[in-house]
Write a protein that binds this ligand. Structure first.
Ligand SMILES: [Cu+2]
Length: 154
């Protein structure tokens, strides 16, 4: 029964204005993963999950042929140390809102990579939502030094 923390920024949610004619309430924007080096066992994936529906949905699990397991993680400061924690109860996506997964924040984590994530390739990830069901997004692998969107600093 781990309780987990949402940052204020995530809770605030942003109204999605994308005029998309997609039949599904959930859409995935800008999915990408950070490239990894030889021997690296884990890697991070990021995206914005947009919920155009009238009801909250929840990302409950994810999987990919690229790794043994894909987990949903939070990252937060704890006594001056960045800590990751697995969200075993899923990640809520508010109705008419969106949740951004980004470096130093929420992310998915490829655990047990079968081979390095190489820049310029795409990694398929199947995302399982409680209401919207399963969908597969292609995560574009980008350089470790790629500029962070939304003011990240690294
Ligand atoms: Cu992680």
């Amino acid at each position: 029964m781990n309780r987990y923390l949402f940052s204020g920024a995530v809770m605030a949610g942003v109204i999605a204005v994308a005029a998309q004619a997609a039949p599904r309430s959930i859409s995935i924007e800008n999915p990408w993963a950070r490239e990894t080096v030889e021997g690296q066992a884990a890697g991070g994936g990021f995206m914005t999950i947009v919920n155009d529906g009238q009801r909250e949905d929840q990302l409950v699990s994810a999987s990919s042929p690229a790794s043994r397991e894909v987990q949903i993680h939070t990252m937060s400061m704890d006594g001056g140390v960045m800590r990751m924690r697995q969200l075993t109860d899923g990640l809520a996506i508010p109705a008419k809102g969106e949740v951004e997964l980004k470096p130093r924040g929420l992310h998915i984590m490829f655990i047990g990579l079968k081979e390095p994530l190489r820049r310029g390739t795409n990694v398929p990830v199947t995302l399982n939502f409680r209401r919207a069901g399963s969908m597969t997004a292609q995560f574009k692998v980008q350089a470790m030094t790629a500029p962070m969107p939304m003011g990240g600093n690294q």
